[in-house]
Design a protein around this ligand. Structure first.
Ligand code: 5RP
Length: 233
């Protein structure tokens, strides 16, 4: 699956992955739009196809930013009231481990991203090669929490071995998700058993969702300096 001349810089690599994934879209599809810089490149490419080349799709976005961007290209949006099953979702990732186990949520959109991915027949990750790891956990795992429960959830996460930190905006205020929650970025633990950890996190009252995406992605399109490779789960 080589593609010549991917170029060395990270934005160039992300663009190559997004371009490859564009080939998966067909007219008539309902498409999930991910979030983050790689997904943004993909949305722009998709938007150009809709605006300039007559591609007929409708979409559901995983963030307000992605929906705004899609609308600026004239991509029509639907809701889960109108459509409960998406043909394809394309999104980025923060880490990609064997079996396409992922950490997502670096951009803070993990809850809606997981909802959209869970409703998709195909969930495809686009990324540059820096995202590939043998074990998850060097990237701090984002955990979305109900605000009032934040101190309690922090305690539970510490007991699991994490160092949780409340995510803040550049101005020092707490980052608030699209659903009005806080994010705890959990560092300090290499994840030996993501499934066991996901079960632990799911059982903590006050955790809304976490950034472990397991058994969800069908394909990862990963751009390196010399080629774009496709990995399946
Ligand atoms: C947002 C995400 C992003 O997809 C993830 O952070 C990757 O972002 P980027 O493509 O900018 O590296 O999960 O919540």
């Amino acid at each position: 699956m080589a593609e010549s001349g991917t170029g060395g810089n990270q934005v160039g690599l992300k663009l190559h992955a997004a371009q490859r994934a564009l080939g998966l879209v067909e007219s008539g599809m309902t498409v999930g739009l991910g979030s983050g810089s790689t997904a943004t490149l993909w949305i722009k490419l998709l938007g150009e196809q809709v605006r300039n080349h007559g591609l007929k799709i409708c979409a559901i976005a995983s963030s307000e930013d992605s929906e705004r961007l899609g609308r600026s290209y004239g991509i029509p949006f639907v809701t889960f009231e109108e459509c409960q099953s998406l043909d394809l979702t394309v999104d980025g990732a923060d880490e990609i481990a064997p079996k396409l186990a992922l950490i997502k949520g670096g951009g803070g959109k993990l809850l809606r991203e997981k909802i959209v991915a869970s409703a998709s027949k195909r969930f495809v990750i686009v990324a540059d090669e820096s995202k590939v790891v043998e074990k998850l956990g060097r990237f701090p795992l984002p955990v979305e929490v109900i605000r009032m429960a934040c101190p309690l959830v922090s305690g539970s996460l510490r007991e699991l071995g994490f160092t949780p930190t409340i995510r803040v905006n550049p101005d020092g205020s707490n980052y608030i998700t699209d659903e009005g929650n806080f994010i705890l970025d959990c560092s300090g633990l290499l994840i030996e058993d993501p499934y066991a950890l996901a079960r632990e996190l799911d059982s903590i009252v006050g955790v809304v969702e976490h950034g472990l995406f397991l058994d969800m992605a069908n394909l990862a399109v990963i751009a390196g300096k010399h080629e774009v490779v496709e990995r399946t789960s």
